[in-house]
Design a protein around this ligand. Structure first.
Ligand SMILES: *Cc1c(COP(=O)(O)O)cnc(C)c1O
Length: 880
């Protein structure tokens, strides 16, 4: 498929600018000298920021009914909860729009430096409740919809999650958007508008995970604004011809051209007018359909190109830790997704920058672009291409701009998760970018600078190269992101150390230590406390005698709770709230699965993506061990045992066979154990299907203890650990990721640690490989558990052999090395829980200290703003 296309149209807005005018009678006329002449009374209204809706209950009700009748075209006497949700959402959206407009206007006028957060995933969850809380209008809407005969809870429950992400990385992006707006920072997000988000997880009768599409756009989505006039052309394939004029320029032409269309999502700050933007791109065919084929009666062929264009943004890829399972077609589409998104985003950023009339050399003074993992790394050669081929800059000038504009966050040191793209594939899909990547290798980096600094060190050159030798050769995206960025960071202290001492060690030696930093992840306390645990939020406000508007923006204030640990009434209230949250979860399990949960037991929760490194397998084998121990006890002995309910939730990548076997094991263990009359009062477990942000919001406030038990050195940070702490749940975990920093804040006596430390991991793995000890010797307790599974205690044991063999042979994630200390730690949790009063004190201390500000995403985003992006808060007129 080739066509002759003027390369100069690529990346340019497709439609011409329109002639725009000011609404007369509302805004000032400006005379030739620049003097403003305001219509009577309007100046005060505008400048005080009061041009917003008056939000009393009456006007809210009016707006609600108005939206029912006009926007929804429905009659007010047959409205269902879904319709009521949509009307409420549209009415809330009016508020967001007024603030959003005001914010964007101010940004344009004040022209501050801006930051752009490029993330392939934004795991937003639901919006209505969050918007109501951030706008401070929840009570008014509650009263209003109640007066109309609806309940706000039922309405909120009608919203589908926006699940445009896999897990932690996507949720982090969502928390950072909330914090940016709340801190009044000029930050936009850029992502893709997938037609289908992360798959829906179903569990078959055998206990297998099944995947179904997530049609989240089935109903009208009130939270997005289609910007059908904001479009950019994006090219794929074709050929790139270098000009032989010594300029280094090339012309890239031919191939396929698709159109990127913008959809804007408003991101309200908490207690501020600032409403930032998340711009998501949708792909569509540039020319509709092929009229020649259509006229010849070949309808299928006529729409083919249109289908292939819209395929680019049709699904979110469900793998977050390995792409090796993708077939060739899947890999090509994923590469096209990444380029489509970075090219459209860069074109949009550059258009906005150019409107300021500044030279491109000043781009880094006005624009910082954060690369969330290596997914948007193609932005680096893309910006080089634009600057050199389209803007006529020299190679050196372009490289200087690029390396001062981008920032790169690494999210993993797992070797199998480091992104690489086969050179022939990149050459095929993006021929010009492949040339530029080779030019970086040759011109700028390796053969001049590295060779100069480490002459003759061939091994080092090979290790550091952007191209990995092999069949085929591969582009190492982490290396490209690293050398193309101003700064690089990891997401927790330990992880950032590992980045500096393992995968990017050579780069630290080459470029210096100061380029490589750390920003420990954080979570937004608005969603992860105020929204998901309103009773606890109210108790905190009452106890601290502070409005929540104060402490939710300065989480260090929670330290004030410490002195109330000795207050009996406070402890009783604290415990009662935890209990009600457990009952809320039990009610959810009853209504969704029809199962009755024992709310008198300790709630033990592990919820996260299913992955071998996160070791859900260790947890389920521990549960089996507990069950076998209970079975051996007399009834009298059992009576002394602490009752425990274990919850699991999480999705496995569809092609991740071993992770899916773990789910199957959990489901079948639950089936046997929950039905055993001898033990079921003491131990039950549940696998809750289809883990999501909304499910997390129910599970987390109900947890007494949660598990974060990755093999040391494998979990970059983790963020659900922070969410549990903020809600007074204690941690059982390994010395890994942010667990370490959480324990530094709360004190080790409030965290249950176990397992080998990071430095031991490599040696243990080596031992398993080259001097294996039979598991019966290395860990008899675990060997016994494995044998029981093999013997068929939970159904056909043969099914689980491949899973069990990962432990018996090689044991890469060190389950046999950590099992004994894991069981000991569980026993310590039991002991501690027996002293309920002391436990509640620990719970209070965990909320007060673990999350005394450090783990708020407000702290994290301020670190990015100050130490990386160099941007400042830009308050909007009329902010409170
Ligand atoms: C916070 C969160 C995660 C990340 O959990 P980890 O335990 O840190 O891996 C994943 N999914 C959802 C829905 C979340 O809210």
């Amino acid at each position: 498929m080739t066509s002759i296309i003027d390369p100069n149209t690529i990346g340019k807005p497709v439609r011409p600018r329109r002639h725009v005018r000011t609404l007369t009678g509302y805004l000032p006329e400006v005379d030739a000298s620049g003097k403003e002449k305001w219509p009577k009374g309007e100046e005060k209204v505008w400048k005080s920021g009061m041009r917003s809706l008056d939000n009393n209950v009456n006007s809210i009700t009016k707006s609600f009914v108005n939206h029912v009748q006009t926007s929804l075209a429905r009659q007010p006497y047959n409205l269902d909860d879904l319709g009521a949700y949509q009307a409420a959402a549209l009415s809330v959206r009016d508020n967001l729009l007024v603030n959003w407009n005001e914010t964007q206007l101010q940004y344009t006028r004040k022209a501050p430096k801006r930051a752009y957060y490029l993330s392939l995933e934004f795991l937003m969850g639901r919006t209505l409740d969050n918007a109501l809380l951030n706008l401070g209008l929840k009570d008014e809407y509650k009263t209003s919809v109640k007066s109309l005969g609806f309940s706000i809870e039922d309405i909120l429950d009608k919203e589908r999650d926006a699940a445009l992400g896999n897990g932690g990385l996507g949720r982090l992006a969502a928390c950072y958007l909330d914090s940016s707006a709340s801190q009044e920072l000029p930050v936009w997000g850029y992502g893709l508008r997938y037609k289908y988000g992360i798959f829906q997880q179903l569990i078959s009768p055998e206990g297998n995970q099944l995947e179904a599409p997530d049609p989240w756009l089935e109903h009208q989505n009130p939270w997005e604004l289609p910007r059908l006039d904001v479009t950019y052309g994006v090219r794929f394939y074709g050929h790139a011809d270098r000009l032989d004029d010594g300029s280094g320029r090339a012309i890239w032409a031919g191939g396929q051209e698709v159109l990127a269309v913008a959809y804007d999502v408003m991101i309200p700050g908490y207690g501020t007018k600032t409403t930032n933007n998340l711009r998501l791109w949708e792909s569509k065919s540039k020319r509709g359909f092929d009229l020649n084929s259509f006229n010849a009666g070949n309808y299928e062929k006529a729409v083919e190109s249109s289908n292939s264009a819209s395929a680019i943004t049709s699904v979110l890829y469900p793998n977050d830790h390995t792409l090796v399972t993708l077939n060739m077609f899947g890999k090509e589409l994923r590469l096209k997704q990444q380029y489509f998104w970075t090219a459209a985003s860069l074109a949009d950023i550059l258009r906005r920058f150019k409107n300021m009339g500044k030279p491109l050399t000043e781009l880094p003074d006005f624009v910082a672009i954060q690369l969330n993992d290596t997914h948007p790394t193609l932005a680096i050669p893309e910006l080089m291409r634009i600057l050199i081929d389209e803007e006529d800059l020299t190679w050196n000038a372009a490289w200087k701009i690029v390396t001062n504009t981008f920032f790169y966050t690494n999210h993993t040191v797992l070797p199998e998760a480091l992104e690489k793209w086969a050179v022939p594939l990149v050459e095929h899909v993006l021929p010009r970018h492949m040339q530029i990547i080779y030019d970086i290798v040759i011109l700028i980096y390796l053969f001049l600078a590295v060779e100069k600094k480490f002459p003759g060190d061939r091994d080092r050159l090979a290790r550091m190269s952007l191209i990995e030798e092999g069949q085929p050769k591969q582009v190492r995206m982490a290396h490209l992101a690293c050398i193309g960025s101003r700064k690089v960071n990891g997401v927790a202290e330990l992880h950032s150390d590992l980045v500096r001492t393992t995968i990017l060690k050579d780069f630290v030696e080459f470029e210096g230590f100061s380029k490589f930093g750390n920003v420990t992840n954080g979570i937004t306390p608005r969603r992860w406390l105020d929204q998901c645990n309103p009773e606890l939020s109210a108790l905190i406000s009452k106890t601290l005698k502070l409005q929540k508007g104060i402490w939710l923006k300065d989480l260090y204030k929670l330290e004030g709770l410490l002195k109330f640990t000795e207050n009996k009434t406070f402890r009783r209230e604290w415990a009662a709230i935890k209990q009600r949250n457990k009952e809320r979860l039990a009610h959810h399990v009853l209504t969704t699965l029809g199962l009755t949960v024992n709310t008198n037991a300790m709630f033990d929760v592990q919820i996260k993506r299913l992955h071998e490194y996160k070791r859900q397998t260790l947890n389920i084998l521990g549960v089996i061990h507990r069950y076998l121990t209970l079975k051996k006890m007399t009834p009298a002995e059992r009576k002394k045992v602490n009752s425990r309910v274990v919850f699991f939730a999480g999705k496995a990548a569809p092609a991740y066979y071993i992770a899916k076997l773990t789910i199957r094991l959990i489901v079948n263990v639950a089936r046997i154990i929950n039905d055993d009359p001898e033990t079921k009062d003491y131990l039950t477990l549940y696998f809750l299907p289809d883990y999501s942000v909304s499910l997390a919001e129910i599970l987390i406030p109900a947890s007494d203890i949660s598990q974060h038990i990755s093999t040391a050195g494998t979990e970059a940070s983790g963020t659900s650990n922070m969410k549990f702490c903020l809600n007074g749940g204690l941690l059982l975990g390994t010395v890994d990721g942010a667990n370490i920093e959480i324990a530094e804040e709360v004190g080790e006596s409030n965290v249950f640690f176990f397992g080998h430390l990071t430095p031991a991991v490599e040696d243990l793995r080596y031992q398993h490989l080259y001097h294996p000890i039979p598991i019966e010797e290395n860990c008899p307790a675990l060997a016994h558990v494995l044998n029981q599974v093999s013997a068929g205690l939970f159904g056909d044991g043969g099914v689980y052999e491949p899973l069990l063999n990962t432990i018996r042979q090689g044991d890469y994630y060190l389950l046999s090395d950590d099992f004994d200390s894991y069981i000991e730690a569980l026993a310590m949790v039991d002991d501690a829980y027996r002293d309920r009063d002391e436990w509640i004190k620990k719970s209070i201390r965990t909320t007060a200290k673990a999350c005394m500000g450090k783990f708020s995403s407000d702290r994290a985003i301020n670190e990015y703003a100050e130490s990386y992006w160099n941007i400042e808060a830009t308050p909007i007129n009329g902010n409170k």
